[in-house]
Design a protein around this ligand. Structure first.
Ligand code: NDP
Ligand code: GDR
Length: 337
């Protein structure tokens, strides 16, 4: 029988890769999109199917994590076998500017969805997109038993959502799982996260369209992996017999400065000539170092990362240069990386 899945955040980086993966596996995929005044489905346009086609496997529904009634109705209508809750205000710096909104969408949004599952009586499996930001200032390496000490409204909202997921597992016997994912990137990464900001700037500087790149803290240490691989771990988690919590990471790390060096070098440039710092990109409280220990993920799920941060930086630079070249030559740009 065809399995069905509901993805919140289907228009985001992870949502788009996960939708592709589930379609490949034969799922019927339902995604929630937000109403916007312009099209906001760039990342999934290549897999979207017109509802008038026969044999439609991908269905989009308008909705928002702030709308509890809509979530209950959707859950009742779709009755998905699996729910992947990826929707969130996901930008750490923005969460300092919009702390209440971030708490509402990223924190309470999770409770609304869990309650919608309960209220609709659907026996589904639930995945919560938890984050290494929950560890905050607790030093690395971080694993499933490392204490949380979030350093942003975003991190605090994710801790709330993490514990809500654990609580619904314990209180109601729900198949509810936290994937505690460390930073993962790709050519589809939002343009204001540091890796994509760097690789996009490299492409523009190499093409003579930009002179400098302004960044905040260059000494932050992050464990960067490839998003396309990380969504496979998300799927594997929901194929287990019971809900649980898993760290997904590479176990290797680098500084923002290192990522700059490798990215600029890929285009034959020296980052020191172009990168400047501007305090406006610093956070009121920073997370200095995140390096995950993915042992459990390897042992239980059999999942291992294949792409290290250097290869990731290079593939992102190549993709941004190709996409800029396509734009400049007026060619249609396809999101298929
Ligand atoms: P993105 O920011 O790329 O995508 C976020 C998604 O959430 C988008 O589809 C966005 O819609 C949607 N969204 C935002 N606000 C709402 C709302 N109010 N109602 C409904 N949908 C909303 O994030 P990623 O794909 O990178 O990450 C996916 C999830 O994983 C997020 O929860 C993130 O916090 C978490 N995470 C990410 C990590 C990473 O390194 N990428 C690491 C650990 C956790 P729209 O397109 O309309 O803006
Ligand atoms: P992060 O990712 O905060 O780890 O959250 P981001 O790429 O925004 O920052 C990583 C590190 O780079 C430093 N930095 C800058 N960051 C941005 N965005 N812009 C800059 O100009 C800049 N200069 C330096 C930051 O201070 C930080 O230390 C991401 C998100 O995807 C979250 O949703 C997710 O939960 C975590 O990763 C794991």
């Amino acid at each position: 029988m065809t399995k069905s899945a509901l993805i919140t955040g289907v228009t985001g980086q992870d949502g788009s890769y996960l939708a592709e993966l589930l379609l490949e596996k034969g799922y019927e995929v339902h995604g929630i999109i937000r109403r916007a005044s312009t099209f906001n489905t760039d990342r999934i346009d290549h897999i979207y199917q017109d509802p008038h086609e026969s044999d439609v496997h991908m269905v989009l529904h308008h909705g928002d994590l702030s709308d509890a009634t809509m979530l209950v109705n959707l859950m009742r209508d779709v009755q998905p076998d699996e729910v992947y809750h990826l929707g969130a205000q996901s930008h750490v710096k923005v969460s300092f500017e919009m702390p209440e909104y971030t708490g509402d969408v990223t924190g309470l949004g999770t409770i609304r969805l869990l309650e919608a599952i309960r209220a609709s009586g659907v026996a589904t499996r639930f995945y919560q997109a938890s984050s290494s930001e929950m560890f905050g200032s607790t030093p690395p390496p971080q694993n499933e038993s490392t204490p949380f000490h979030p350093r942003s409204p975003y991190g605090a909202a994710k801790v709330y959502a993490y514990w809500a997921t654990v609580n619904y597992r314990e209180a109601y016997g729900m198949h509810a799982t936290n994937g505690i994912l460390f930073n993962h990137e790709s050519p589809r990464r939002g343009e204001t996260f540091v890796t994509r900001k760097i690789t996009r700037a490299v492409a523009r500087i190499a093409a003579g369209l930009q002179e400098a790149l302004y960044l905040g803290n260059l000494d932050a240490v992050r464990d960067w992996g490839y998003a396309k691989e990380y969504v496979e771990a998300q799927w594997l988690m929901l194929q287990q017999d019971a809900g649980d919590d898993y760290v997904v990471a590479t176990g290797r790390a680098a500084t923002v400065r290192d990522f700059c060096e490798v990215s600029f070098a890929r285009a034959g440039l020296d980052y020191q000539q172009y990168v400047r710092t501007d305090p406006r990109y610093e956070r009121p409280s920073e997370v200095d170092a995140l390096i995950g220990d993915p042992t459990k993920c390897k042992e239980v799920l059999g999942w291992e990362p294949k792409t290290d941060w250097r290869a990731l930086a290079e593939l992102m630079v190549d993709a941004d240069r190709q996409s800029l070249e396509d734009q400049l030559s007026g060619r249609h740009v396809r999101v298929d990386k």
